[in-house]
Design a protein around this ligand. Structure first.
Ligand code: AKB
Length: 314
């Protein structure tokens, strides 16, 4: 029987991945953990700081963990406020997880990477194997993390798998500290009837994905036969790409009164400018049959529907 530990279970991805894993493996098979308690405890939960390797080992032994999803990280914009702290959390957290996976002979580890590993020398669309010169400490730590994953796989046989997520759009839990966060905020403003102030320029194109696709991609990669995987670094993952102006125009079809203004945040604009505007995910499509289901139009419809429901319930 699988016992899955999710580190960073309260975050944007963690909340939804935990629920999906509970549906698949059963409520008792998923142990959520984070540095703070969740607002609602829907599963077995442990307070855990991934930098505390004794506590991590104890949790793994206590619950007889077989798989870890290590989602805790500081994102791109927030990471620039304190680069050394970001490196410590993003890097040493992963190393603690890889060590425990190696010594406790865990079956699998999941490590999320990001389009932040790309840089200004990366061609567009970004190929799977390409020039990478990440400009943020978050991107540097994700790229180094991918290489540590490949190293632990080759040297110790730790079956660690990873995806390079685009900006994730979701309605259950908000992201925090990222450069792509505007693409979530705009939906909240549309539903609240408020004016949206965008921190990126109107023509800044970035890769995006709706959360149901991101959760399904993660589960499909984790279930794929090991022999079919050609890399244990992060797989490129693509759904659609858009600019703030295009997303705004799509939203206007449903919310005609929505207004937008642009107050550019220099830091986040420079981060977005350093990233690839679109990625090529042919390797994921070939190795484990990845296929996205949501484009910008269907994401917009579903987001609005669900956010309206969420606010109506309150
Ligand atoms: C961020 O904007 O930092 C994240 C990411 C693309 O990894 N959403």
């Amino acid at each position: 029987m699988e016992k899955i530990l999710i580190i960073g279970a309260n975050g944007q991805l963690g909340t939804e991945l935990s629920a999906a894993l509970q549906t698949k493996y059963g409520q008792d098979a998923v142990i959520g953990s984070d540095i703070r308690k969740p607002q609602e405890e829907n599963s077995i939960f442990e307070l855990l700081d991934v930098l505390d390797n004794d506590a991590l080992l104890k949790t793994v032994k206590k619950h007889k963990i077989t798989q870890i999803y290590h989602l805790a990280a500081i994102l791109s914009a927030k990471g620039e406020e304190n680069p050394k702290m970001t490196w410590n959390i993003n890097m040493n957290g992963l190393l603690n997880v890889l060590e425990v996976a190696h010594y406790e002979k865990l079956k699998k580890v999941y490590y999320p990477s990001s389009i932040a590993v790309f840089g200004t020398t990366t061609p567009s669309p970004a190929p799977q194997y390409t020039s990478m010169n990440p400009a943020t400490i978050y991107g540097i730590s994700k790229r180094a993390g991918e290489q540590w994953c490949e190293y632990y796989f080759n040297k110790y046989g730790v079956d660690v798998r990873s995806l390079r997520y685009p900006g994730l759009i979701s309605y259950k839990t908000s992201p925090g500290g990222g450069t792509t966060d505007y693409a979530v905020d705009i939906f909240y403003k549309a539903v609240e009837g408020a004016k949206f102030s965008c921190f990126l320029e109107e023509n800044t194109r970035l890769p995006m994905m709706y959360m149901p696709d991101a959760v399904r991609a993660t589960m499909e990669l984790m279930e794929a036969p090991k022999e079919s995987l050609s890399t244990h670094e992060g797989y490129n993952l693509n759904a659609f790409d858009c600019t703030p102006k295009e997303l705004y125009n799509e939203l206007k079809k449903h919310v005609p009164n929505l207004e937008i203004s642009y107050q550019i945040d220099k830091l986040r604009q420079s981060i977005a400018d350093s990233w690839s505007d679109t990625v090529n995910d042919d390797v994921a499509r070939k190795d484990w049959n990845w296929n996205h289901r949501y484009d910008m139009e269907s994401t917009t419809k579903d987001m609005l529907l669900n956010l309206k429901k969420k606010f109506a319930v309150k």
